[in-house]
Design a protein around this ligand. Structure first.
Ligand code: FAD
Length: 212
């Protein structure tokens, strides 16, 4: 049973979760990713691996499968803990330990902050309804579009963030480029939650590694 407390635990290994995981590395956060399936990449690999994407920032044409490989390669720049084939079934704040407890079908995990990157509400309703029940129990604010967040990707519960297709936004905003930006925002604010002295602006990536 893992008892170690992580700074940031990201639930979901799709584009939002993978870019978030890379970004958490950039922010020197002790990070874990928990993905329900045995394969990282989310909708890119599970729903349309052979389709060609034309609207991802910086890519002219790329197949979904290849794009997933790029996300995975980028996330692998940091040596985070990745738990594949583990479905998150419940979330609860552990009042004694003052951390989030993430329960899966295999283990309990502990983390100062949690970032939900779990795809569309419709998919969740189909596959992971039990997690939605847990959201109700802890009083997580949701609506018919998804999990409600503010501009910092913070939910109504302290230390719990969300990004990507799960957040309450119009369906026509379910784009990979948007999910990636939301993931970086969620991570920057999770970092600040863990360490109030930290800036939410990490500087440009072109600068932060200079001199290290
Ligand atoms: C057919 C189709 C075509 C598309 N074409 C484009 C396009 O051309 N351009 C574009 O920008 N976007 C496109 N999109 C949208 C894009 O794929 C999504 O916006 C993007 O995948 C969102 O990423 P995400 O990480 O939020 O969610 P997802 O990719 O859905 O990933 C969520 C991950 O969370 C995991 N998860 C869920 N619940 C749990 C749980 N309880 N425990 C652990 N893990 C869990 C899932 O297994 C999944 O891997 C398309 C979508 C579809 C369906």
């Amino acid at each position: 049973m893992p008892t170690e407390v992580y700074d940031i635990t990201i639930i979901g290994g799709g584009p939002a979760g993978l870019f978030g995981s890379f970004y958490a590395g950039l922010r020197d956060a002790k990070t874990k990713v928990i993905e329900a399936t045995k394969v990282l990449g989310g909708a890119l690999v599970h729903e349309y691996p052979n389709e060609v994407l034309r609207d991802v920032a910086g890519f002219v044409l790329i197949t979904a499968e290849r794009l997933a490989e790029r996300f995975i390669e980028q996330a692998a720049a940091y040596d985070h803990t990745i738990c594949k084939g583990e479905k998150v079934t419940a979330l609860a704040f552990d009042n004694a330990k003052k951390v989030w407890k993430i329960t899966t079908d295999k283990n309990d995990h502990f983390s100062t902050t949690v970032v939900l990157a779990i795809g569309t509400l419709q998919n969740l309703q189909k596959k992971y309804n039990v997690l939605l029940d847990s959201f109700k129990k802890i009083g997580l604010k949701t609506n018919e579009l998804g999990v409600v967040v503010d501009a910092h990707m913070q939910t109504n519960l302290a230390g719990l963030f969300a990004c990507g297709d799960i957040i309450a936004k119009p369906k026509e905003m379910n784009f990979i480029t948007i999910a990636s930006a939301e993931a970086a925002t969620a991570i920057n604010n999770a970092k600040k939650y863990c360490n109030p002295e930290a800036s939410t602006f990490p500087g440009y990536s072109t600068d932060i590694r200079k001199g290290k």
